[in-house]
Design a binder for this molecule. Structure first.
Ligand SMILES: [Fe+2]
Ligand SMILES: [Fe+2]
Length: 338
């Protein structure tokens, strides 16, 4: 089985040798990183009075597009409690984003440390690391300004997080599946905020706008990396990857979108509410499926959708229609769930 790869040398075909088209794409992405990138301290006016975090600010109330915001239990709470929960939840989402990106940065450094001279992949991936470092700065700034002491990921993931980047070196394809498992749901959620007409706290909006703009490049890279890399594996390794792919997506998606135990206990949120949101109701299951349309398309395109894999996608409750193109607007949840 060849999921474990030998380090690249000038004699070993690497992703950079795999095609001029791939190198051209990497050059375009690099160009974007150079000319269309953001700085969280230059492009967000943190000190503006409008950005101040003040008591009883209704802009922290969770909107309907947030599953908890749409839940009758939350909506029945007094306004000050809705604000407190909303602020904590948004801060925790930022902290999870930060922790996920720290794993990504660590894995990228493992991966690029073995790329050869003149590698277009080295140049682009290093730009991406710089952008992700900026994202961790702005996410931490948001957390700090809310004054909440959020923990981010759950206790198990917090413990194993430092070990995950090590996987990038022997298992680059699996590592990049993990990258997409985090980037796609986070991007999906942030886009739904930006597309809605809610009156959000401007800090939140500024952070999301920068993040969505730069994640478009990151997600393109991870997709193209897997399009290049997966077909290079032999049939048995591809079969194994076809099973690993949906498992990685589902496990990491859960780790990223389900708030940690501290959140539920801090606000005495009933267990039944947690179950409704993750993933007992029909609406919540449709939301879960909706995160993965682009990744089902990628799976089909790179030969990871055999009958056994399809069954696994179904068992993991992330099956459904594949997107026809990246970022294809969703159908309504009710239609998707049908
Ligand atoms: Fe990011
Ligand atoms: Fe990213």
């Amino acid at each position: 089985m060849t999921i474990i790869e030998k380090p690249s040398t000038s004699n070993v075909p690497s992703v950079t040798d795999a095609g001029a088209e791939y190198d051209e794409l990497l050059d375009r992405l690099t160009d974007g990183s150079i000319h269309r990138s953001f700085d969280p301290y230059r492009d967000i006016d943190w000190e503006s009075p409008e950005f101040a975090v003040v008591e009883n600010d209704r802009r922290w109330i969770l909107p309907h597009i947030d599953p908890l915001g749409a839940h009758p239990w939350y909506q029945a709470l007094p306004e000050d409690k809705q604000i407190a929960i909303g602020m904590y939840r948004q801060a925790n989402v930022a902290k999870v984003g930060l922790q996920f990106e720290q794993i990504l940065i660590g894995g990228f450094m493992q991966h690029i440390s073995r790329l050869p001279n003149r590698s277009a992949e080295f140049r682009y991936a290093t730009h991406e690391v710089i952008e992700e470092c900026n994202h961790t700065l702005m996410f931490q700034e948001l957390v700090n300004r809310t004054g909440t002491d959020v923990r981010g990921l759950g206790p198990f993931m917090r413990r194993i997080a430092p070990l995950l980047p090590i996987a990038a070196r022997p298992f680059p394809s699996i590592f990049f599946m993990g990258v997409l498992a985090g980037e796609e749901p986070i991007d999906h959620i942030q886009k739904s905020y930006l597309r809605s007409d809610g009156d959000y706290h401007p800090t939140l909006e500024g952070v999301m706008r920068i993040h969505v703009a730069e994640e478009a490049r990151h997600i393109s890279f991870a997709h193209e990396f897997l399009r290049q890399r997966v077909p290079q594996h032999g049939p048995f390794a591809r079969f194994v990857l076809s099973l690993v792919y949906p498992i990685v997506l589902r496990v990491l998606c859960n780790a990223i979108v389900v708030p940690p135990p501290e959140f539920w206990s801090e606000f005495d949120i009933p267990r039944s509410v947690k179950k409704d949101l993750f993933w007992r109701t029909k609406e919540s299951r449709a939301t879960l499926r909706s995160y993965f349309g682009d990744l089902r398309m990628l799976g089909e395109d790179i030969g990871l959708m055999n009958p056994v894999a399809k069954l696994l996608w179904k068992l993991l409750k992330i099956d459904g229609r594949a997107s026809r193109f990246r970022s294809e607007p969703e159908r309504t949840p009710a239609r998707r769930a049908a």
